[in-house]
Design a protein. Sequence first.
Length: 737
Amino acid sequence: MRPFGRSWAYWLLFLLLPAWFLAPVLGGRAIGQGIGFEIAADRWFNEPFDVLHADADLQVRPWRQVVLESWSAGQPAFWNPHQLLGAPLMANAQSAVFYPPHVVLGMLRVSPDASLSLLAWLHISLLGLGVAALARRLGAEGHGPVVAGGTVALAGFVGLWSPFASVLGSVAWMPWVWAAMVPADDEPHWRRAGAGALATAMMMLAGHLQFAAFGVLGAVVLALGFAIVERRGAWAAVCAATLMAGGLASMPQMLPVLEGTKTSHRRTVATAEGFAAYQNSAVKLFELPAMVSPMLMGQTRTRAELTLPDNASARTPAFSTYWPQYAKPGAHPAESALGVGPLVLVLLALGFRNWTRRAKVAVASLGLLGLLIALGTPINALLYYGLPGWSGSGSPGRAAILWVIAAGLGAGLSWASITESKATKTPLYVLIGVGLGGVAIANLLASSQAPWLPNVAPFFGQIQAQALVNALPFVVGALACAAAALMVPDARGKVAAGLLSVALATGPGVVPTHTPESSQVELATGGGRVAAVNRGWNLLAWPQGAVMMPNLATRYGFYDAFGYDSLIPATTVEALTKINGGTNPAPPTNGNMMLLSQPDPTELAEAGVTVVLAPEGPQELPGRPLAEASGEAVAMRADGQGLTLDLQGKGGLVVARFIPLPGWQAFADGKPVPLQENRWLAADVPAGTQSVRFQYTPPGYGPGVMLGLVGILGIAALAVVGARQRKDSKPSKIEDE
């Protein structure tokens, strides 16, 4: 058999694996649930709502649209003029403005929908290849690296998070970073430092800070583990230099993010109450059977066919078969995605004794770290109180990715010894025990739970039963394929059966897709803003009577006073509260979403709103112009870095109705002029001025660029040192003789 990486078939395999999740996009469908300008009323009755995947439509796509459009014009996007009275964009790490694939896709003018599909496909393949390479570095033999990479690429975690480009982007680079943290006896210390630093920079630039932090934590644990266990003190220094160079290279994007958090509405102080809420979102005991198959928990977009009692409300929404969301507020399969399939669990249980010490250190370090965080153990207190910003991060259950990658590595390391062993009865017995035990435990734990919503109680048992019934064919199929992987004589047949077992355990259809609709909506705004009245956000059912949900104005090219962002300046929230009649516009179920629910007509008009989209129909307002000079409306053009106003010789006070956040400057015919104290962007310019430019530069961007250059030079230096050491370590022809 040819070594891993030298056979075209292996590369083709990893290129094709994403099709298990993303095959519909090959037919022209787009990732997301298809939340359009209006949400049809019957979706509430007929279709379960996946609240997490709604963010693919409301956040991921609009942000990518602004980033790609700006790069198509040859410049990075610093802000989004369409939402939240002008929102910082680069300060939100998930926009990933400087992530190289975004730059390339933007300059090639690839559409947002196609870009998201390409990114998901690329990242799944890249993740699988990275895990395979890491498994080989840890000593996996034969087809073991393929099994390791394929297991992770087909795991439920990957499919469930693939609509989120920033998440899967950061995750895809993790194994490449970790590979640089694993020493090798036959190569110099600095051999892979340059590549590791580059992978670190890419992991950070991909945009999801929480997952990038998991990647860095994993790297630190590996580096320290090998430095201690193998008594390699110098190795820790090599790893530190690698991570530092990569981190510095990401500073043009990361420093504005760090500066933005200082004024964010989410800036919090770590408290006991906050820590309790954080721990409550961890993976619960009843969610652990998902390790065998996530299907045992049900699916968020599969409707439960219920027999309603006579006294049931006629307005009962469509319930999904994913029953944990009714037992645990905020539950979602992506937030507890520990599933790796029964075969992987068997390989871990029976094969670890045959691993090298180095492999045991790596797999145990990553797997235990992931489980300890995801399960809400006391170790989380060290992170929550000890690391700045951790108190504002998402669910600890997301650390499941560390466990998933570790499990995949373990499966690859065990593959040769278990599948090539003549003693197949023990693995088969263990496999049967894992399968039957998983189903039995899932049923037992499900029956012990009660819903947190009273109106779900009459249907809760039916929902759980349907989840189990729907899961059984896939669990049985996964077990049958796992048995085939252990018994069939052909080596490649074993691999195919093993990967199919993982895929069946994950289940189909975990990635939401839809037929793209036109981004053209006829709406006469007169050049003003639009505001939509949406009075709530339900975690479990589609919004009713909703129109132009937050951030969709970006897609349709409108300017909306409200929006949805994970990083909103506190001054913006204050302004929106005033427009919303003095009531905080964030619904109780989502503090990042700003909804107009109690509009103040006077404040709306002052903010330049000319059309209010209400449930009873559009309403026109005599709103002030978005841009004016001496009280007269002037033409305005917005781009990813600011606003250009065409004054045509007018002078006096020039106003653009956008929040004057730190970082704004004004220029009259190219010459700087001071900003005026005003509720909005304003500058006093002399008569005869032809144009005024309001330019936004994120705080921290300048120093970030300087640090980024230092990081790039550091990566280059590490690469040069590594190349020289590699050259010096090669034996000469005389020595060979």
